[in-house]
Design a protein around this ligand. Structure first.
Ligand SMILES: *[C@@H]1O[C@H](CO)[C@@H](O)[C@H](O)[C@H]1NC(C)=O
Ligand SMILES: *[C@@H]1O[C@H](CO)[C@@H](O)[C@H](O)[C@H]1NC(C)=O
Ligand SMILES: *[C@@H]1O[C@H](CO)[C@@H](O)[C@H](O)[C@H]1NC(C)=O
Ligand SMILES: *[C@@H]1O[C@H](CO)[C@@H](O)[C@H](O)[C@H]1NC(C)=O
Ligand SMILES: *[C@@H]1O[C@H](CO)[C@@H](O)[C@H](O)[C@H]1NC(C)=O
Ligand SMILES: *[C@@H]1O[C@H](CO)[C@@H](O)[C@H](O)[C@H]1NC(C)=O
Ligand SMILES: *[C@@H]1O[C@H](CO)[C@@H](O)[C@H](O)[C@H]1NC(C)=O
Ligand SMILES: *[C@@H]1O[C@H](CO)[C@@H](O)[C@H](O)[C@H]1NC(C)=O
Length: 258
């Protein structure tokens, strides 16, 4: 009985040491939760990888690797000679070795293991990624808004902004408004893009929610608006996009109906 207890004690101590990296490998664990269609970047925390070999595993299959001298780089099928699970959805940052999975799918859920091998120290990090499924309709949704010339419209992000969210609004692929995380720094229109003053003083960005109001709208403001939400964590970041199709109804049409 005593022997058994001693054994269990010893066993749990070994587990503790394994978990805390006493045997030369530091191990950390991070839970990452994303919505299907999001992009997610898993950070190595490495500034430049000149000194380290970086390896990524998905459920124990190697999916990306970059060597310190850049002489060997592979992603997905090049690494494992197996199924093309990710196809062109894996991006490996050649500077930091950070791994981005774009357009995530339900089936990307699982354990991503990062191994950093250097001459002085090896370290290991586990990212437990959960991809929450959404319907295709929801993922591809383009919200429709129509507004009459001269009136105002507000576009809502549809999620609650947290301090670690960066929200950027684009019109026709030009950035027209942005609110960054902790500092609550914002820009609108010409401050954001050094381009044309398409909106002048018509834009109002809500610092609390990130919603965008366009006042006194004209028909030149019809088109596709995109909101990019970047959720920043020290060891990962998540990028999500929402689209809005805005139609400005001209006065002549209104007169036609009167
Ligand atoms: C993949 O497997 C095939 C057949 O086993 C082999 O000829 C080829 O060299 C392998 N490629 C890599 C990159 O390991
Ligand atoms: C990867 O592991 C997760 C759980 O750890 C499991 O749900 C998933 O089916 C696995 N995927 C593959 C392709 O093995
Ligand atoms: C990963 O996270 C999910 C949900 O948080 C949890 O159910 C699962 O047990 C975790 N898996 C591992 C291997 O940590
Ligand atoms: C949006 O961009 C397209 C292609 O660059 C251009 O043809 C179109 O006129 C632009 N629309 C607006 C409203 O600026
Ligand atoms: C940013 O704005 C939010 C909402 O107005 C506020 O709660 C938070 O304290 C602000 N953060 C900073 C760093 O000013
Ligand atoms: C609305 O915009 C038009 C130009 O499109 C301008 O002539 C008018 O003064 C503006 N109205 C207000 C209330 O700002
Ligand atoms: C980063 O993620 C960890 C674990 O999920 C969480 O405890 C931490 O609060 C997150 N940090 C930020 C800045 O969101
Ligand atoms: C936006 O909606 C209009 C009709 O309301 C449609 O003609 C146009 O194709 C839509 N554009 C996009 C990019 O969905």
């Amino acid at each position: 009985m005593v022997k058994m207890k001693l054994f269990i004690h010893l066993f749990s101590m070994i587990l503790f040491f394994l978990d805390h990296g006493v045997f030369g490998i530091g191990s950390e664990r991070e839970s990452v939760s994303v919505m299907e269609g999001d992009s997610v970047t898993l950070n190595t925390g490495v500034q430049t990888n000149q000194q380290e070999d970086i390896k990524w595993y998905y459920n124990d299959t190697r999916i990306a690797q970059i060597s310190g001298d850049l002489s060997f780089i592979c992603t997905d099928v090049q690494c494992n000679n197996d199924t093309e699970r990710f196809r062109d959805r894996l991006k490996l940052d050649h500077q930091t070795g950070s791994l981005t999975i774009t357009n995530t799918r339900n089936t990307d859920s699982g354990v991503y293991k990062l191994l950093i091998i250097s001459s002085s120290r090896n370290s290991e990090k586990i990212f437990n990624v959960t991809v929450h499924g959404v319907s295709a309709a929801e993922r591809d949704e383009v919200k429709r808004e129509s507004v009459m010339e001269g009136e105002s419209v507000t576009l809502y992000p549809g999620e609650i902004r947290k301090p670690n969210y960066v929200m950027a609004w684009y019109f026709n692929d030009t950035r027209i408004a942005e609110i960054t995380g902790d500092t609550n720094k914002t820009c609108t229109d010409v401050q954001c893009n050094e381009g044309t003053e398409r909106f002048r003083d018509r834009l109002k960005l809500d610092h609390q929610t990130g919603s965008l109001t366009i006042r006194n709208i004209t028909n030149t403001h019809s088109g596709l608006y995109k909101l990019q939400i970047i959720i920043i964590n020290s060891s990962f970041s998540i990028t999500r996009a929402k689209r809005f199709n805005l139609t400005v109804i001209g006065e002549c049409i209104i007169q036609l109906f009167n």
